[in-house]
Design a protein around this ligand. Structure first.
Ligand SMILES: Cc1ncc(COP(=O)(O)O)c(C=O)c1O
Length: 416
């Protein structure tokens, strides 16, 4: 089937795989090999020339398999399938979400550059920006979901490095309160600070919405990033990451990946191929469950506030971003319990079906306390700005029976 004829979910079982190359096996075998045999020395030479960009690919030429740090069939099939959801030209997969994020930042930032990023971003990303990029002379400026376009531009100008703005990096919806950032607004700001010969890039960590519910490239982003550990993997049993974008830009990402050596291996890639076959059914079930859980929480007397996009007041500017950008409210939600840390901990300790753990997007529902767990490293002042208080609880909704999930939450709230 050609990709234009079918929806991505129909292609997840077959796209990019030729059974005739693998003894007719219906599923791609795990190509657990470090290196590949060349038919002739000339073929080996031709493969290397292409891999190192020493000449352009011939019109009928296929890049050959060389060595699994450069390419591997499971990795390539996975990359091809992932491009379908985001309608990206190319994809590079990594052994973790952090590997995808850090490789992208290292490839496109130079000493003296300025990085503008939304806050909060995932703790690992924040650490890399604040503690590691600074060692390379890269300065960063955060902005918040409630900042207007004018306020963001003002932040860039007041940094004194507007001329060195190289990238706008955002996470939307933000973790843990689902704060939304307008991707088109970021594109417009990036264009305003781009000059001929120096484009300001826009990168979106799309982990929270996954490949199904938000397509940042459509709104002008240059890169989409995933912790594939989350919805893409979906079973809490693999760590992986992905970066998608145009062929020219992903070629640069893959080039650095070859030398950092942080590509996904055949086994992780094979696991993700298996996960992708059920991505849509899993995510749809998770979102349907999340809507019911959010509505239940919103009506509960022990709950002060629920952070879930479809529950935003219709006139709220954030609601407009949600309707424009997202195809679903998603399966991540947070809520403020009445009380503080003691009440939040009592709730978490009383859960029976849901597990008390960080991470998200898996088949099982997980609950955690951001202020003392995932966001413990965030300063008190920043936590306050972002509503990450001691009464906040984050839930990743899974595929369990929704009645069982609500009963579990109900009994845990009763115990408080
Ligand atoms: C939004 C987001 N981005 C990136 C990451 C990092 O991904 P990984 O743990 O796969 O390296 C995470 C991990 O929790 C995340 O939640």
């Amino acid at each position: 089937m050609v990709k234009e004829e079918c929806k991505p979910e129909s292609l997840m079982m077959s796209y990019g795989y030729k059974p005739e190359l693998s003894e007719g096996a219906i599923k791609s075998p795990i190509f657990q090999t470090s290196t590949f045999v060349f038919k002739t020395a000339e073929a080996g030479k031709a493969f290397f020339e292409l891999a190192y960009g020493l000449r352009e690919k011939g019109s009928r030429e296929e890049p050959g398999l060389i060595y699994s740090r450069i390419n591997n069939p499971d990795v390539e099939i996975l990359e091809n399938r992932l491009t379908l959801w985001d309608k990206a030209e190319e994809c590079a997969v990594f052994e973790s979400g952090m590997a995808a994020i850090t490789t992208l930042l290292l490839e496109f930032l130079r000493p003296g550059d300025l990085l503008l990023h939304s806050a909060p971003v995932y703790g690992g990303t924040d650490h890399f920006i604040e503690k590691i990029l600074v060692k390379f002379g890269i300065q960063s400026v955060p902005f918040y979901a409630h900042d207007s376009k004018a306020a963001v531009i003002d932040k860039i100008e007041r940094s004194g490095k507007a001329g060195r703005l190289a990238m706008i990096y955002i996470e939307t919806p933000g973790n843990p309160t689902n704060a939304l950032i307008d991707i088109e607004m970021c594109r417009a700001i990036a264009d305003q600070f781009s000059v001929s010969g120096k484009q300001v890039y826009v990168a979106v960590d799309n982990t929270y919405m996954g490949p199904l519910w938000q397509h940042p490239l459509k709104f002008g982003a240059d890169f989409v990033l995933y912790s594939a550990t989350k919805y893409i993997g979906g079973h809490s049993d693999v760590i992986a990451g992905a970066c998608l974008g145009s062929a020219g830009l992903i070629k640069r990402v893959k080039n650095l990946r070859t030398f950092l050596g942080n590509m996904a291996g055949p086994w992780s890639s094979w696991l993700l191929l298996r996960s992708l076959e059920t991505l849509k059914v899993r995510m749809e079930c998770q979102a349907a469950n999340a809507v019911r859980v959010a509505e239940f929480l919103a009506g509960h007397p022990k709950v002060e506030k629920v952070y879930y996009p479809s529950l935003l007041p219709k006139i709220h500017p954030q609601y407009r971003i949600y309707r424009k950008q997202c195809l679903s409210p998603g399966a991540m939600l947070s809520f403020d319990i009445r009380g503080g840390e003691a009440e939040a901990f009592k709730f978490l300790n009383s859960l029976r079906l849901m597990k008390l753990a960080v991470s998200l997007g898996g088949t099982e529902s997980l609950a955690e306390h951001p202020a003392t767990m995932t966001h413990i490293d965030v300063s008190d002042c920043e936590r306050k700005i972002m509503s990450i208080s001691e009464k906040l609880i984050r839930i990743s909704v899974g595929v369990e029976n929704v009645g069982d999930l609500i009963s579990d939450i109900d009994q845990a709230l009763s115990a408080v």
